[in-house]
Design a binder for this molecule. Sequence first.
Ligand SMILES: Cc1ncc(COP(=O)(O)O)c(C=O)c1O
Length: 399
Amino acid sequence: MTPTVAVPTLKLTDRINRIEPSATLAVVNEADKLRQQGIDVVDFGAGEPHFPTPQHIKDAAIVAIQNNFTKYTPVGGTSELRDAIVHRHAVDFDSDYRREEVVACVGGKHAIFNAIQVLVDHGDEVILPVPYWVSFKDIVRYAGGDCALVEADEGQSFRITAAMIERRLTPRTKLIILNSPSNPSGAVMSPEDMTEVVRLAHERGIWVMSDECYVYLNYTDRHFSVGSLREFRERLVIVGSLSKTYSMTGWRLGYALAPAAVASAIQKLQSQSTSNPTSIVQKAAVAALKGPQQCVADMRAEYTRLRDHVVGGLRSIPGITCTLPQGAFYAYPNVSSFLGRGAIRSASELAGKLLREAHLATVPGEGFGTSHHLRVSYATSVAELDRGLERMRKFLASL
Ligand SMILES: Cc1ncc(COP(=O)(O)O)c(C=O)c1O
């Protein structure tokens, strides 16, 4: 008799077991599987711009390669890039950061990951508005922190106020996360509401991390960054990204603006993990930040048109209600009236059926902390929006 070989049980760390894979990536994977079977899937799931990266940015990367700018750089980015980040932010948002207060990272998500590892310790609480971008919760958990969720008011366009946050503060609160414009709701905080939150945090000695990944995709006429609130800067970390602003998601370039001690701690962590962002991408990023900004305005204008189109279409489907998003490129329709119909009990089940039966990819609200919504990305063409809306209309009418 052959002896049975014992398979060792895999013992992974507690910290990796505390987190889950990204819900948005799960949808992308499932839609990809259907496509590989030759099925024509309409994609409202993607979290990225549909525009190509502007030509002058691509050219700068090509020149960088040809000039052999292909070696290690300082961990937090070249001085040229750090100065360009600081300059762009100062011109656009009236901030006054210095070179030693900025770190270039491998995407905005990396900057967020680094900042949270540096600020949040075991047992600390982090205020997280709901709906939230999927990764915040898991990154906080990875650091050993606990999220204290604050439900936004859907009736007031997913508003979050300082008073709502204040009710959730405890002696353990270490950090408040803001994300305006928001993924997934598209909500934009007013400058007044943001200022009140930052003031409250400052008074209580709590950090604020403001995720400005979509700050240039703000469709209101009030473009604002907490970076302009110079008197509160010693408790502020601003995280930005070139991904959405310049349609550069695959290039991986983001940054953190923070007091020098925090920026230096982020660099220390980065020096022991990724080291510098790709040298070639840094040159492309300088071209993006210092070059003509018309491309940003053009993309913003197109997103506004797409937003109006998709929200009009969603609202015309009986049973759907949809807040008008003021930024980013997501609509967040409420689908609660369909739950309980056709054995569908949750937004996840609805999104699953929409994908498998109507071949329309959306992201269910559960990944963002709400159970009555679907996230619809409108970063696509009007023709694709129309095809997807038609599939949604037909499918929901059949329930
Ligand atoms: C709210 C928010 N923050 C940060 C990011 C990170 O973007 P990146 O890592 O591409 O800069 C995303 C990406 O979808 C996002 O939606």
